[in-house]
Design a protein around this ligand. Structure first.
Ligand code: NAP
Ligand code: GDD
Length: 322
């Protein structure tokens, strides 16, 4: 049985990728960092089906030992400090996790077995102040946050190890992708979570920052298929994964309140403290290379994604209040 190692398995993408890899017949191993409380909400349904190991992107020897113990055929590096606002408060730590963490894993691969295939979770945040519309693999990067800068490092070190050591290393430049498992601090889940609470009388206001920001939002379940497809090609390469549509935060808000038959204008307030020191105003990706080579297509529309997230949050709070 082929073994896969996923870092960041407790995160949104890690949990969807674990589901997908099990369906594909892999033996799934996940790395988790030690915490004083359990943090396995997203992989609870996989208990007994996957193998969990402790390790940390900050600790090189933990990565070496883990790769040596598991001996996977593929490693997906999804672990990172992934929340953009936190990267201004903790820029050095973000660099340690999100940038240097990538080198540590690549070094572990180099040391133990250069035949292990590697996937790096790169990000559309690298395009930042966009230099071209839509953004594709050849678009010049202009990151606008310490997180974006760290991801540019992770992207290039992946390419560098591919070119220097002949490691099968791919970088997926994924545009924003969401789901009912999205962290509640990200804007989409913050909206669907709060709208559900408002509908059920558990909250009365939704405070947001820049509602004019636009993103190319897809469904996380679709995007993990692309990660796997990249590692199944004959040659390693980098791919943009996106829907090719862009929508504003305001549109996301309107459709979310529509789903529960409420008028958003009565509940939404702008909180200037939520604006960022430097904003990424608009992202829209061109995934034609992935469509052509990986035969990848998104299956969930913007509206379907919002409905899925609202319905899931409504169900969660209805159960909670009984
Ligand atoms: P997420 O939900 O925030 O998950 C991040 C994961 O990284 C969690 O499992 C977290 O563990 C783990 N982690 C953080 N620091 C670590 C460390 N020092 N050592 C070991 N594990 C650590 O992120 P996501 O949305 O699934 O995204 C997955 C990856 O794709 C990230 O690298 C993100 O930057 C990138 N990305 C995401 C998107 C998107 O729209 N979702 C788009 C482009 C790229 P804990 O549970 O212990 O916190
Ligand atoms: N989080 C948040 N909270 N964002 C808000 C809010 C709010 O209250 N109000 C407006 N926004 C705007 C932000 O200013 C930003 O322009 C947009 O909503 C999206 O913010 P996030 O959902 O936090 O995501 P992100 O685009 O900054 O980063 C996500 O996508 C990247 C890919 O482009 C993360 O998943 C990153 O890890 C990922 O790399």
């Amino acid at each position: 049985m082929k073994k896969v190692l996923i870092t960041g398995i407790t995160g949104q993408d890690g949990s969807y990728l674990a589901d997908f890899m099990l369906e594909k017949g892999y033996e799934v191993h996940g790395m988790v960092r030690r915490a004083s409380t359990e943090n396995d909400e997203r992989i609870e349904h996989l208990k007994g089906k996957i193998h969990i190991h402790q390790g940390d992107l900050l600790d090189f020897m933990s990565l070496v030992e883990l790769v040596d113990t598991v001996r996977p055929v593929e490693i997906y590096n999804l672990a990172a400090q992934s929340f953009v606002p936190t990267s201004w408060n903790q820029p050095v730590l973000t660099g340690e996790f999100t940038a240097l963490g990538v080198t540590r894993i690549l070094e572990a691969i180099k040391l133990i077995d250069k035949k292990i295939k590697f996937y790096q979770a790169s990000s559309s945040e690298m395009f930042g102040k966009v230099q071209e519309i839509p953004q594709k693999e050849t678009t010049i990067f202009y990151p606008r946050s310490p997180y974006g800068v760290a991801k540019v490092y992770g992207h290039w070190i992946t390419i560098n190890y591919r070119e220097s050591y002949d490691i099968f290393a791919c970088s997926g430049i994924l545009f924003n992708h969401e789901s009912p498992r999205r962290g509640r601090e990200f804007v989409t889940r913050k909206i669907t979570d709060t709208v559900s609470r408002i509908k059920l009388g558990l909250d009365d206001k939704l405070y947001l920052g820049n509602m004019d920001a636009k993103r190319d939002w897809g469904f996380a379940g679709d995007y993990v298929r692309a990660m796997w497809a990249m590692l199944q090609q004959d040659e390693p390469d980098d791919f943009v994964i996106a829907t090719g549509e862009t929508h504003s935060v305001k549109e996301f808000v309107e459709l979310s309140f529509d789903r529960v038959d409420l008028d958003w204008k009565k509940y939404v307030e702008v909180d200037k403290s939520l604006f960022r020191p430097a904003e990424v105003h608009q992202l829209i990706g061109d995934a034609s290379k992935a469509k052509r080579i990986l035969k990848w297509e998104p299956t969930i529309s913007f509206k379907e994604l919002i409905n899925m997230m609202i319905d899931s949050d409504m169900e969660y709070y209805k159960k909670k209040i009984g």
